[in-house]
Design a binder for this molecule. Sequence first.
Ligand SMILES: NC(=O)c1ccc[n+]([C@@H]2O[C@H](COP(=O)([O-])OP(=O)(O)OC[C@H]3O[C@@H](n4cnc5c(N)ncnc54)[C@H](OP(=O)(O)O)[C@@H]3O)[C@@H](O)[C@H]2O)c1
Length: 345
Amino acid sequence: MTGTMKQVVLAAYAKGNPRPSDFRVEEAPIPQAGEGEILLRTLWLALDPLIRLALDETRISGATHQQIGEPMFGPTVSQVIESNHPDYKVGDIVEGRTGWREYAVVAPDQSDYRGPPRIVDPALAPVQTALGALGMPGQTAHSGMIDILKIKAGDTVAISAAAGMVGSLAGQIARMHGARVVGIAGGPDKCQALLSMGFDAAADYKAADFSAQLKAAAPEGLDAYFDNTGGDVTLEVFKHLKRGARMAMCGYIAYYGVGMEGPGPDHLPALYRTIMATGLEIKGFAGFMAGPKAIEDIARWAKEGKLTFPEHVVEGLDAAPEAFSSVFSGNSFVGKLLVKVSEPT
Ligand SMILES: NC(=O)c1ccc[n+]([C@@H]2O[C@H](COP(=O)([O-])OP(=O)(O)OC[C@H]3O[C@@H](n4cnc5c(N)ncnc54)[C@H](OP(=O)(O)O)[C@@H]3O)[C@@H](O)[C@H]2O)c1
């Protein structure tokens, strides 16, 4: 296939929260698939918060590092357009990390530690759920709630960024396991959406009475905390933990733009005091650990009507820079943020 395609490149390293002007939309030649390679056309792109960790000028240890002028990396669902590899046929739908561009060439036998593109079964669920509930974020919610927090009936658990993809699923999974679930989100509309999803209570961290809302939601205190944010939200949650509480450290979006030290003040003393005073157990984790079992569970629970996974879709790659920036600077959507790049054939 010949011709040109659209792609989004990094124009400037992000300082603090990413801004739309940190990115540039440009035209590039459609890449050609060589021996052992497949040509993919992007159908869906996920704007996951973790991408921000690649956008600092100085590489943060362990994080992918994005180069200026290169197409943005990121998780996608694509269709195989040409195949020179025996494991993939034209028309297959795959999930991978091919980035913010309309076409990409992949050599499945030379994949990084994440492995070759995963073939997605369109009969299981809409294919874009491979980027959300039936993909890495779903595994994250599953392993965080079940393997890390070991959630059980009688627990009261709080979840930050609860209206996001991971948080909304984690809350529903906790509810299914008999816990009382308190979602924390920004604004009354998001809090209302959490209650509609079956959360027992919701607290608006942007409200002046956030602390009182948390107290009302968990009058006896919290047994567990699924943390997606760090920052001021977590400092407030610390005041509501029961002795011996467990905390799953899933994400720290409030600190993604502040480098390794941040602008201060230094909250480490508060963290130390909380750990000592409450006997808090904290475990950080990455979502890959739950594996295919998590995806099977989530697909089954969805079929049984026990879970919903809302999504917010923006159209076309041109919309990606602004949508991605809104993840960090305020937005009104609930669930998975996706860019619809093209239709399958
Ligand atoms: N451990 C892992 O393997 C793993 C895997 C996937 C994701 N994660 C992490 O899990 C977290 C949630 O991911 P996701 O995919 O669910 O994200 P998401 O759907 O994009 O939701 C992110 C939400 O976080 C809230 N937020 C942004 N900045 C905030 C701040 N400073 N303080 C409080 N809330 C803030 C915003 O909602 P409001 O409007 O409510 O502020 C935003 O919509 C992220 O930190 C992500 O990096 C970890």
